[in-house]
Design a protein around this ligand. Sequence first.
Ligand SMILES: *Cc1c(COP(=O)(O)O)cnc(C)c1O
Length: 322
Amino acid sequence: MILMVTGSGMKPSFLVKVINLAHIDINNVSIESIESSGKLSRDITISVLRLDKIHPVISGNKWFKLKYYLQDAKAKGYNSILTFGGAFSNHIAATAFAASSQQLYSIGIIRGGEPGSWSHTLLEAKANGMQLYFVSREEYNVLKRAGDSTMLKKFGNNYTIPEGGYGALGMKGAADILKIVDTSFFTHIACAVGTGTTIAGIIKAALPQQHIIGISAMKNNTGLSAEISALLQVDSLPADFTLNHDYHFGGYAKYTTELLCWMNDFFSASRIPLDFVYTAKAMYGIMDMVAKDYFPPGSKILMIHTGGLQGNLSTKPGLLKF
Ligand SMILES: *Cc1c(COP(=O)(O)O)cnc(C)c1O
């Protein structure tokens, strides 16, 4: 098996930028109601938990998913983090930033060969000191399942964070999202879903009377339910959780002109920016479900804005107005 790597040696001599985490400001988080901007009726309201306002790079759910992994790495004496993601992965950008802010080295295993021109995500990760290794899809799939096995030792002695932060510590961090503000008023809590780690934390932390809705950002991700159940350590998903697969707009990280136009309109009306990979699809889905009378009258819906706005930099210039 051939591993394609960029850079020279195994133990890189990269620079770690030290960034003060005081920049991560939980106090910036707000809940904004958009009830007056849409065609809502039947006494239904939609509110947005603006986790995107925490920080421009490590925004939204990523900081929550990473924090206990970083703590664990430090407690176990590691000085370097290794994780996995695609060329547009918010998780890669966020891990690079979070690791450097904690004076930890970071290594990113990137799916697919090295692109001719690097995405904003990759440049950002590199600027934050992450050492990037580009591997084929096959190699990637083998490595990401390697866990802590010796297979990853060729990259050095690193603390491994699973792809997307999927795992018990990621879920534990995501559960903290519902601890920063009082959300007991809401009847429904909705969120975009990738690996399912965030929604698993939300399911854990929600009140018994609240219904949780996850909107998958992927097309036909049939394994997702099982992955969420595995995190929650249950045989079947709780009855008060619904996983929706209808709003992928062609697939993961795909977009249509219609979606981008809708994001522009939504921004004009609400002043809330959404990202095309996750939050736009989730918000569109929720509003469409409202229009189709999915929600009972009087529903108070809280949509968690999971951030990811840096991803918009990879859309064609000029299409998005914000
Ligand atoms: C990563 C990400 C998600 C998906 O989170 P999971 O925990 O993997 O389900 C949702 N929204 C945004 C903006 C993200 O960057």
